[in-house]
Design a protein around this ligand. Structure first.
Ligand SMILES: [Mg+2]
Length: 382
């Protein structure tokens, strides 16, 4: 079998798919995107794609290594996201060619269904309890929300109290019927992270995510020594070579590689395995579309340390496009009390509705995250 063509589709809400065709008629789909830089990743995919025409798509390991190593400069969000989407599509092709789901090619299931969680509250967390109640009615009991809004490098008691009041309301109204992770989203700097974590600890969040930015990862072990709440991070780490540093230094209890940012299935199954060796849980990051979610699930289904899967259905970002809009076999992501069952179809198990993809790609927005500013005009982390 030979690769004959790669086609990219930028799509609402802020996604991009790649379709890889072969001379035997088997087609694979991937989702190479970094949110806010879709056009840049698209250029990388097209450039890498030119080297793939005529190659045997079954040699995924060699293609991955060649895409990663054949240029002197490598790594980072753009290149690793481009590789990720291509890698997903190659696994999709291999599974379809052999007539089995990708998890079978990775050694088979370690679980039958995977627990997921839902986002609540939006960019500036609000109406959290009402949002949770609606999702509890359809079986969810685990959630994630932003832990705070803008936070200055050193901020006031008022800013801390505002965050604490919102989270406190959840326990006051819902008790321990729910669990929730708090995403600091890189909004909190090293001086404020211990202050905020100390104040939020009594509400027993499931984890604190990105308590400081990944580029301040040296603080993770220091923060972990000062709290009993598990610390999670990883959506802004792009390969084993970045994850090995946080594994070696300790501090993280949960790693969250993104299957569309960290080199795809080939790389993330290895990151998951490295995490297992350190007794670190896996919770893949996925505020993206159906191919990214399916790729995450295939890794979850073969990784014993996978504990929670993020998914974007109903997330505040999904303006103009939802996960199932692009899927023909919509039952594949049907929730069973917040769990998704192992998909049965060959490859990634998701049948992409190409007509919808082509149609929606004509109105793809050029999404960028908002630029937030502190009251004094200095740019804030979003
Ligand atoms: Mg996050």
């Amino acid at each position: 079998m030979k690769i004959t063509k790669l086609t990219t589709y930028r799509l609402p809400p802020r996604w991009m798919f790649v379709k890889i065709e072969t001379d035997e008629g088997i087609v694979g789909w991937g989702e190479p995107v970094i949110e806010g830089r879709a056009r840049t990743v698209e250029t990388a995919v097209i450039e890498m794609g030119e080297t793939l025409i005529g190659q045997d798509p079954s040699r995924i390991n060699d293609i991955w290594q060649t895409l990663y190593r054949s240029n002197f400069y490598r790594g980072g969000p753009i290149l690793m996201s481009a590789i990720a989407g291509i890698d997903q599509a190659l696994w999709d092709i291999k599974g379809k060619a052999l007539g089995v789901p990708v998890y079978e090619l990775l050694g088979g299931l370690v679980r039958d269904k995977m627990k997921t969680y839902s986002w609540v509250g939006g960019d500036r967390p609000d109406d959290i309890v009402e949002h949770m109640k609606k999702l509890m009615a359809v079986g969810f009991d685990t959630f994630k929300m932003n832990g705070c809004e803008e936070m200055g490098i050193v901020d006031t008691a008022r800013a801390v109290d505002k965050a604490v009041a919102k989270i406190g309301e959840i326990r006051a109204k819902l008790g321990n019927a729910v669990d929730f992770g708090l995403d600091f989203h890189g909004r909190v700097s090293a001086p404020m992270a211990p202050v905020l974590i100390k104040e939020l600890e009594p509400f027993r969040p499931l984890f604190i995510e990105e308590p400081v930015l990944a580029e301040q990862a040296e603080y993770y072990p220091r923060l972990a020594e000062r709290t009993f709440i598990p610390i999670a991070a990883g959506e802004r780490m792009f390969s084993r070579f970045e994850f090995k540093r946080v594994f070696a230094q300790s501090g993280l209890s949960i790693v969250q590689p993104d299957l569309s940012h960290a080199g795809g299935i080939t790389e993330c199954v290895k990151i998951a395995s490295m995490a297992e060796a350190y007794d670190i849980a896996l919770a893949p990051h996925c505020p993206l579309g159906p191919i990214a979610l399916a790729s995450c699930l295939h890794v979850d289904f073969v990784s014993r340390n996978a504990v929670l899967q993020e998914q974007s259905m109903g997330i505040h970002y999904n303006q103009g496009g939802e996960v199932n809009d692009y899927v023909k076999n919509k039952d594949v992501f049907k929730f069973d009390n917040g769990h998704i069952h192992a998909m049965k179809g060959p490859g990634l198990g998701v049948e992409i509705d190409e007509e919808v993809v082509i149609e929606r790609s004509k109105q793809a927005p050029d999404w960028h995250n908002p630029v937030w500013r502190h009251p004094d005009g200095a740019v804030a982390e979003w």
